[in-house]
Design a protein around this ligand. Structure first.
Ligand code: NAD
Length: 500
């Protein structure tokens, strides 16, 4: 076993050369081996990084022309595309998801970089000639300064990429704090900005935990915070950041329902439920964790799902398996504890993920896919966000019962309906209180040019990620009313200006 590699901050375009205070371990979840030791930033170091970022923004990037910004963005997009396999390997090594899935995550992040390449068009303001006689009105959008991005473990590259390219395209400097569980992919992506020609100090990464997060949330020079993580921390980040005068978008946890109506193609629905329930070992904020089967198809659907689960191979993500390990031993054990809890609460354990083989060496954090049937509201397997490969089937008598269940859930991230009835699907998309909806699409993650975000406890703040909402989040608007003096504007008039 080799000794763990030091993983450090990226400051002013280069690895930090200071002496670390606190550090934390990083593991390969497929083997259980500690592969890295991450430097954890102190509040004082975060302060220094923010000061450097502010200087880079004030002296270079804040006023960089759109031509210059676009050149950097295109170069970054090219580099990311060229290195995507490398980044995917880093994700698999620290997160555990299988390589093909890791590559998929980088590709979805790349789409945001492509969207940001269109920044000259996205930042175009409005212009109104002669709003009043010989008076023009126009709008402009300007950068904020230093912005912070705080990301979760489950998409180590994609979630930072939801925000960073847009923030940089809008002229800001960024301090990213990735998850301390799997920081290497985010650091590798951040290094590409320097290669792409971004001035030093505009893009920075600090390794860290609560101390670094709190330092970012309270630093007066951090103007905006984009956070993604669990609901309690999202709420805390939103409340603390806004109390310190920042704009905050804090995306939280999820419990995503997939409703299957009796007229749906049950084979396609079963395929979708397995893919969306167990992909990335259920560690996706858009994973389907509650499948709502509307009478009378429940028994048939459960059988079809069970058949498909029997063919899934769980193991080391580098070996072409279907599903990898959970991120840490602690998380694996917490997810496994829900299996006993579900049985105690009266749910039917159809497939027990603690049984069966895995294709891996060493002591990885594996739990195979689990299926519960006859799950009800009030059971912890339904009420909690488990964030693991546990799919719960809930039986509903009617469409009305199914949608009432979804709408009574405190989360509102994603949902899907499976049906061949266009009228039912249209009614569902109108009535459901969830931010991202799939019609026969189990994981409806919006394209980069739309915005990503949920409702209720899945998002604090009112702005979603990327798309035009992202551009608005990372800029401030001004409206200019202008006239070039003309004799017709003369005279004394103390009344409130009116248009003529
Ligand atoms: P987490 O909340 O534990 O951590 C997220 C970030 O917050 C990390 O950078 C972490 O270092 C930091 N953090 C953790 N505890 C903190 C504390 N006490 N104070 C300040 N900062 C703290 O989340 P996670 O386990 O890394 O990620 C999984 C969660 O993220 C799930 O709940 C999942 O649904 C959610 N998620 C949501 C979305 C979305 O778009 N809504 C996307 C991805 C993940």
């Amino acid at each position: 076993m080799s000794s763990p590699t030091r993983i450090t901050h990226l400051v002013a375009g280069a690895p930090w050369e200071g002496t670390p205070g606190r550090t934390g371990p990083v593991y390969n979840p497929a083997t259980g081996e500690q592969t890295g030791e991450l430097d954890l930033a102190s509040a004082a170091l975060v302060g220094e990084v923010v000061a450097g970022a502010r200087q880079a923004w004030a002296e270079s990037w804040g006023d960089a022309s759109l031509t210059k910004r676009t050149q950097v963005l295109f170069a970054f997009r090219q580099l990311l595309d060229e290195r995507k396999e490398e980044i995917a390997a880093l994700i698999t090594a620290e997160h555990g998801k299988v390589l093909s899935d890791a590559l998929g995550e980088v590709t979805r992040g790349l789409e945001v970089a492509e969207f940001a390449c269109g920044i000259p068009h996205l930042l175009k303001g409005g212009f109104t000639e002669n709003a009043s006689t010989k008076v023009d009105v126009y709008s402009i959008r300007q950068s904020l300064g230093v912005v912070a991005v705080i990301s979760p473990f489950n998409f180590p590259a994609m979630v930072p990429l939801w925000f960073v390219p847009v923030a940089i395209a809008c002229g800001n400097a960024v301090v990213l704090k990735p998850s301390e569980k799997d920081p290497s992919a985010a650091i590798a992506v951040a290094r590409l900005w320097t290669e792409a020609g971004l001035p030093d100090g505009v893009m920075n990464v600090v390794g860290g935990d609560k101390e670094a997060v709190d330092a970012l949330l309270t630093h007066p020079d951090v103007k905006a915070v984009s956070f993604v993580g669990s609901t309690p921390i999202a709420k805390y980040v939103y409340e603390t950041g806004t109390a310190h005068g920042k704009r905050v978008q804090a995306l939280g946890g999820a419990k995503n329902h997939m409703i299957v109506l009796p007229d749906a193609d049950l084979d396609l629905a079963a395929d979708a439920a397995v893919n969306a329930g167990f992909g990335s070992a259920g560690e996706r904020c858009m994973a389907i964790s509650a499948l709502v089967a509307v009478d009378p198809i429940g028994d048939e659907l459960v059988e079809k799902i069970k058949d498909r689960m029997g063919k899934l191979v769980t193991g080391d993500g580098t070996r072409g398996c279907d599903m990898g390990p959970l991120v840490t031993q602690q998380h694996r054990d917490k997810v496994a504890s829900y299996l006993d809890a579900g049985v105690e609460d009266g749910a039917t354990l159809v497939v027990d993920g603690r049984e069966g083989d895995v294709d891996a060496d060493g002591a990885g954090y594996f739990l195979r896919p689990t299926l519960f049937d006859h799950v009800e509201k009030g059971m912890s397997v339904y009420d909690d966000e488990i964030f693991g490969p546990v799919l719960s089937v809930v039986r509903a008598k009617t469409y009305d019962d199914a949608i009432a269940l979804v709408n009574s859930n405190p989360y509102g991230n994603g949902t899907a309906i499976f049906t061949n009835d266009g009228g039912a699907a249209r009614r569902f998309q109108h009535e459901v209180e969830v931010g991202m909806i799939g019609v026969n699409v189990p994981i409806p993650v919006p394209m980069a040019y739309y915005s990503f975000g949920g409702w209720k406890n899945s998002l604090f703040g009112d702005t979603h990620a990327h798309g035009m909402e992202g551009v608005h989040f990372f800029t401030r608007g001004k409206v200019v009313t202008s006239r070039w003096l003309d004799p017709s504007h003369g005279g004394i008039e103390l009344g409130f200006p009116q248009n003529a």
